[in-house]
Write a protein that binds this ligand. Sequence first.
Ligand SMILES: [Zn+2]
Ligand SMILES: [Zn+2]
Length: 261
Amino acid sequence: MAYLHAVREFAASLLARVPTVCGLCQDTACGGKLCPYCYRAVMHSMTSGAPRCAVCRLELDPYGGCADCLQRTPAFDRVIAAFDYAAPGDLLIHRLKMQLQFTSAGMLAGLLADALRSSQPVVPEQMVLVPVPASRAALRRRGFNPAAEVAYRLARQLKRPCRPGLVLRTREGVKQAQLGRSARMHSVRSLYACPERLDGVHIAVVDDVLTTGSTLHGMAQACKAAGAATVWGLVLARTPYPVGGPEALRAAGQRGQLHSL
Ligand SMILES: [Zn+2]
Ligand SMILES: [Zn+2]
């Protein structure tokens, strides 16, 4: 067993050195990852030390607390996000979801794994990964569930189980990107359910983008109702405030307008 593990580690270290093309600038990179320049550019805002909400990772405005968590106490415990849903990282999400580049899911899972390793507080070691289930319409449109593709690869990298069947959609619901904040909250009520008890289990819900947090809130409500000990959100990208801060957010009326994927 130890021999097999050593062989796998050696093979992984060799693959990490194989020359590949950067998924963002198409320049030379290694092992399917971003080149060092693009890596820094994508991860910079999340690692710059700017004040963020301790729960949902929204970058805080100069005027006060987190607009999202103040309006609603989240059912989830914490969010870990790899980068902000802003240039240039938003292009990676766009390519994954709109250009159907699900082969980039491994590289994106790697960015999230890096964010997890450097996160404080530390995510429970015994967590079980659960992707946000896609609607039937989204599955028909894309042919795959981006959240699940990232979750499978992240689970492999973290050596944790991935159990997509732990949380199911109870109905089709409405496309979230078309809804405002309160409408999103209403639409996810009872949208998810757990077919089995999760007593004492630490759940990590995996999704591509977190905008208002309403999807994660709905998933966490279902998991906690089934007995989950904690529910973490592991997301590739966190949608920041629009330019102009919370005033612009209030004027816009709908945070859903920001994320149209
Ligand atoms: Zn690059
Ligand atoms: Zn918050």
